[in-house]
Design a protein. Sequence first.
Length: 300
Amino acid sequence: MNEELKKVMEVAEVWTKEPFDAETRAQVKAMMEAEDKTELIDAFYRTLEFGTGGLRGIMGAGTNRMNKYIVAQATQGYANYLLKVQREGGFQNVQNGRVAVVVGHDCRNNGRLFAETVANIFSANGIKVYLFESLRPTPECSFAIRHLKCQGGVNVTASHNPKEYNGYKAYWEDGSQVLQPHDQGIINEVNKVRMEDVKWEANPDLIEIIGGEMDYDYMMAVKSVMIDQDSILRQKDLNIVYTPMHGAGRQIVPMCLRSWGFQNIHVVPEQMVIDGNFPTVVSPNPENAEAMTLGMKLGT
């Protein structure tokens, strides 16, 4: 056994015991017992790095994978940093002396699991959490952070990456992804967290579910910055084709278009179905022409 594989086996062995759940332990044992150790090595040769944009990786068991344990460690580190900034007087609008965050997710597989894991750990650390009731677009998550005067937030999303991926994007009180010096500050705290440091026991009293009212406030805020409402009314019969590609814009985008005055909105029915496997596209990336095939067909 070479040195690299030996180290990988040692790390993987830890994941075959508590506190890791039975499903995770079984997956790791299967990789360890497999004749081909390629999957095992890729899953454990490093720890998925928390960078300036957060986390992004293939889902599965292992230190180099997106799973609830890696998400938990990242959230504990982020919580530690938020509370540190609060103690140092770095926030101006903390309400009732308690740091608050918004947590959202998109249609990715495990998105709800990861979002609830994030919410539980923030609440376990005494942080107020506004958790979206179901999938929402990233811009609405950013809006909610500012609208609710929160100090940060997390959106569980892998953007346009293939279906095997999920991700974790950290946001600051201005609703944007964290920038210097807070990005490095969060990274430093995340790197200090061991699995045994994670506070898992949620405080339900600190988790508030948000949804329809926030949708309405977001829709009205967008409408308030409209430059020329009359031009829309003049073109209200314009034919518009929209596809959420199985994702988070399926409710709010058509609703916004109709509220602004557009009357002929055509959605791609096959792609209005929430599905993290993205069955109608090779990759959920609108920059790829193939991804827009059904939309183009409906528009002709």
